[in-house]
Each structure stands twice: as C-alpha cells, then as structure tokens.
Ligand binder design. Structure first.
Ligand SMILES: [Zn+2]
Length: 272
C-alpha cells in the first residue's frame, strides 16, 4: 500500500526490516528509490502504480547493499541509477554470481534476484538525478556503504536518508573502510548541512519522521558513533529493552561493531 508522506512523495513499506521504497511524482511518471524487497511486495507496488496510471521513469539505489538493489519486471525497464561508487561496488560484489551473494548474505527466498544490482553509475560528482520531475539532489558520502547517497527533494521538503537516520537501526558502519568512524561523522555533517528545510525524513528502514526528527536523529546517530569511537556503552533507545518489537537483534550489531573496531586498533595500532 502506498502512503503519501508529502506532496507528490509516497512510501511503500516492506515486511522485511521495515524497508521503505520511495515514489516521487514527476511530470511523465515516477522516480522509484530503493524499489522494495519481496517479489509480491514489488508486484503490489507495480500494481498500485498502474492503477494510478503511473509508470516508473527512473530508479535509484541509495547504496550497494542487496536490500537496496532489487527490482521487479512489473516495474518496467526504466534506467536505474546509483552513484558511480555504488554501481562499481555492486558490480564488484556481484561478479562472483548472484547465488553466491545470496547465500553469503542470507537473502530470504521470497526475494527475486534476477534483476538484482543492474544499476548504472552516474558520473562522479553528479549533483542531481537525471529525470523529468522535482530536483533530487544527491548528497553522496562514505558512511554505511561505499557511494552511499542521501537524496534531498528540496521542493517537497523531503530527505530520503538511505540507511542513515533510522529510528530502529543504529549507525551501521562500513567496517571495510579506512576510517569508518570519521567517515560516518563526516557524512552526518554533510546531511546536517542540507537538513535546514526538511519537513519529512524517510529512512531506508524504520519510520518516517517530521521536521523535529531530522536534527534529533542526526544527534542520536552522532552520539552513538561517539560512544562507539570511545568504547563507551551507548545510551541509545535502539539498543536494549527500549528497542522496538522485533529489533532486539540490533544489540548484536552493536557488539559486532565494537569487536571489529577493537580488533582493528589492536592490529594496526591506530586509534579508533
Ligand atoms: Zn544498507
């Protein structure tokens, strides 16, 4: 079911990790950001759109993780974009075959894999998604995954945050990067710089938030990353008994990140 969150912007939520597919109304069709997860859900979205007389004229993947790289034949054959780094990373990770990736990542079997990751990288430094609709500014940063992009639809006051600024997921760092902590803090700074006129924030997973949530979630993510950096116990509502129903596994993600960062500093002697 499509739910409107701002003028010309709707969300289709998945059962899987409360993933949000975002539909932006353009002049001759819609832009679809992070299309969805399960086959029947994307078919449902395709059906909803066709009932509204809409076709998908462009797609965009916010980052090269499998749950943001999916597509369904019913959504049509519009060009699907990502940042250059996102597309290159997706291509690289899928080069050993989709089945190997599916197995390694534990992708559920209801997820259709035939169109996984078939995105075109936009040239580096591309400022906007090329399409016929409201300007969608690409705010690229290196935080959660290589070439991660948040999208700002200024005319609509909407920020599509990808896997940042979630109310249910803590910051999940790109632990393969040279300096995941500093990358994440820099990314939050970049998002903060464009957040002034945002009325609606849509995270890749979790609940959309209003204007009051934008800075609150930036602060919350920053506090978490600071705690991780300093190996302090974070006081974060997304971990522990205050975690929302079904999200108790997030505490395990935190433990994993803590361990990996400790191993890194042991290995190369660099500070966290
Ligand atoms: Zn992700």
């Amino acid at each position: 079911m499509l739910r409107q969150v701002a003028e010309g912007v709707s969300v289709h939520e998945s059962e899987f990790c409360q993933s949000n597919a975002v539909v932006v109304q353009g002049r001759a069709g819609v832009l679809l950001i992070d299309a969805g997860i399960y086959g029947d859900e994307m078919a449902c979205l395709a059906n909803d759109l066709s009932e509204l007389g809409q076709t998908v004229v462009a797609g965009f993947s916010t980052h090269p993780h499998w749950d943001h790289l999916l597509w369904h034949a019913g959504l049509g054959a519009a060009p699907r974009y990502g940042t250059a780094r996102c597309a290159a990373t997706a291509r690289d990770r899928l080069s050993g075959g989709v089945d190997a990736v599916a197995k390694a990542a534990g992708i559920p079997e209801q997820v259709p894999l035939d169109l996984l990751g078939l995105i075109t990288g936009l040239p580096a430094e591309t400022a906007q998604i090329p399409w016929d609709g409201p300007q969608v500014r690409i705010v690229e940063h290196q935080a959660h995954a290589p070439g991660h992009a948040a999208l700002l639809i200024e005319e609509r006051g909407v920020l599509v945050a990808g896997d940042m600024l979630s109310d249910v997921l803590i910051p999940m760092l790109d632990l393969n990067a040279a300096d995941p902590i500093e990358d994440y803090l820099a990314a939050l700074g970049l998002i903060e710089d464009v957040a002034g006129d945002v009325d609606v924030l849509i995270p890749g997973h979790g609940s959309a938030g209003g204007a009051d949530q934008v800075y609150a979630r930036i602060d919350q993510d920053r506090a978490y990353v600071h705690a991780l950096r300093d190996a302090r116990v974070p006081s974060d509502p997304r971990i522990g008994p205050s975690a929302k129903d079904g999200w108790d596994w997030v505490a395990g993600v935190h433990e994993h990140q803590l361990q990996r960062l400790a191993q890194r500093s042991e290995h190369d002697g660099t500070p966290r």
